[in-house]
Design a binder for this molecule. Structure first.
Ligand SMILES: [Zn+2]
Length: 438
């Protein structure tokens, strides 16, 4: 997902932006002519906060601030914090300034999102005054959040009587994130995904459910939320990304004045380490809650841990392998899975996952009998051995290469503002301290 360059990318590290903000050190600029933007990279001198500015003539300006959030449990701390941070801050003490702004502002996009290893707060607006109002709200919400204990109870978890007026009724857990995750984890695909991740990533943050497991969410205390906020939502752990025709200088003046000048450097280095490798393949079996059915309901999925997603060569090779094997019904592995009668259809897990620090690839079948796991494994391994032995027709590889190239240039769709799509495409690499222009 991090690939936005193309072969005609021109590199020019010598063109310095005309006006530099004294609080920031300019590191480099790179013109990406295929996208008609120049990426400028800065670091805040005192705190070490990063700022990537994608300078463009586009008047729909985009802002995003992201923090590396790498929880080491499934209490949902990063997700609950993302919700609670939006419940009021130093200069905007009202509850939910965000939702008031959504109604009043001319923004084209406002949101907050928790991924497996970052939390991001993006917005976009075509109106400069509106943009700056929203910027003040966002900077205040993220760096000077109020995090009231009642908001934690509201957004995270609390105990309530099943019938509010009846103290004899049963006590139940409630909370916005608690309920959201109860809904999310009732989907078989989410359970399957979390279960596979747990074994593919035995020791790093991806082992855990960053959204929160309903069983573990009540373990999170208010103090743990505050501690996580202090260490993670600090400029020393922040990445700012902006896009559009407002200059980096103008953004930095606001960042400095409204947030960064109030902080010193925090000496912590939050990062994801390389995952430990197994010495031999492991096989695991877990169960999930399903509705009663006559049909077989087992999922059998094989997963492999691959190289770094921020390494452009490794990423491109992994994308090519995934595309050649699994892209369509003519692709050998997908064809083998589609035509097999061991299961009902290819698993929705099939494909490459490249948003984590290290990539993984999966393939399998759903609608299998529990005892079919060895047959599925044999089918997949045999198909891969055939590909290794007999190769792939050149035209098929060429078609995949062409597909990948089109996919990189064509940044549109999803309904997100253009600049935000560019920013999100480079975010994971920026978070892992790679080069997001590549
Ligand atoms: Zn949520």
């Amino acid at each position: 997902m991090a690939v936005v360059s193309s072969p005609n990318t021109e590199q020019n590290n010598s063109i310095q932006p005309p006006k530099l903000h004294p609080a920031f050190e300019w590191q480099r600029s790179e013109e990406i002519s295929s996208l008609n933007i120049t990426m400028e990279e800065y670091v805040h001198r005192v705190t070490g906060a990063k700022h990537f500015h994608l300078s463009s003539e586009n008047t729909e300006n985009v802002f995003l601030v992201a923090f590396r959030t790498v929880p080491m449990d499934s209490s949902g701390v990063a997700h609950i914090l993302e919700h609670t941070a939006l419940c009021g801050s130093k200069n905007f003490p009202v509850r939910d300034p965000f939702f008031m702004m959504i109604r009043r502002s001319l923004n084209t996009f406002m949101n907050a999102m928790t991924s497996s290893d970052w939390t991001a707060y993006p917005f976009a607006s075509k109106n400069k005054k509106d943009f700056n109002n929203l910027l003040s709200v966002y900077l205040d919400a993220t760096f000077f959040s109020r995090l009231h204990e009642l908001d934690f109870a509201q957004e995270g978890h609390r105990l309530e009587f099943a019938e509010p007026e009846n103290p004899d009724s049963e006590l139940q857990y409630k909370g916005v994130v608690f309920n959201e995750m109860k809904g999310a984890m009732s989907s078989t695909n989410s359970v399957l995904w979390q279960t596979i991740s747990k074994y593919v990533f035995p020791t790093t943050t991806y082992h855990f459910n960053s959204g929160g497991e309903p069983d573990h969410i009540p373990d999170l205390s208010y103090q743990q939320l505050l501690d996580f906020y202090k260490s993670h939502y600090h400029p020393s752990n922040a990445v700012f990304m902006t896009f559009g025709d407002i200059s980096a200088f103008d953004h930095q003046e606001k960042f400095q004045e409204q947030a960064l000048s109030h902080f010193d450097k925090l000496d912590i280095n939050i990062e994801v380490k390389d995952e430990k490798r197994y010495l031999a393949p492991i096989a695991v079996e877990e169960s999930y809650a399903s509705e009663e059915s006559e049909k077989p309901q087992s999922h059998v999925v094989l997963a492999w841990l691959l190289g770094h997603s921020s390494d452009l060569g490794e990423l491109f090779r992994a994308e090519l392998v995934s595309s050649v094997l699994l892209d369509n019904s003519a692709s050998p592995l997908l064809r083998a899975l589609e035509t097999s009668d061991i299961g009902s259809s290819p698993s929705p897990m099939c494909g490459l996952e490249d948003s984590n620090r290290e990539m993984s690839i999966m393939a399998g079948l759903e609608g299998c009998l529990a005892e079919s796991s060895e047959a599925v494994e044999r089918l997949i391994i045999k198909t891969l051995e055939d590909v290794v032995k007999n190769g792939i027709p050149y035209a098929q590889v060429e078609a995949s290469l062409h597909q990948l190239e089109l996919h990189q240039r064509e940044i549109s769709g999803d309904g997100y503002p253009y600049g935000l799509q560019l920013i999100l495409a480079g975010l994971s690499t920026a978070i892992h301290r790679g080069d997001p222009s590549s």
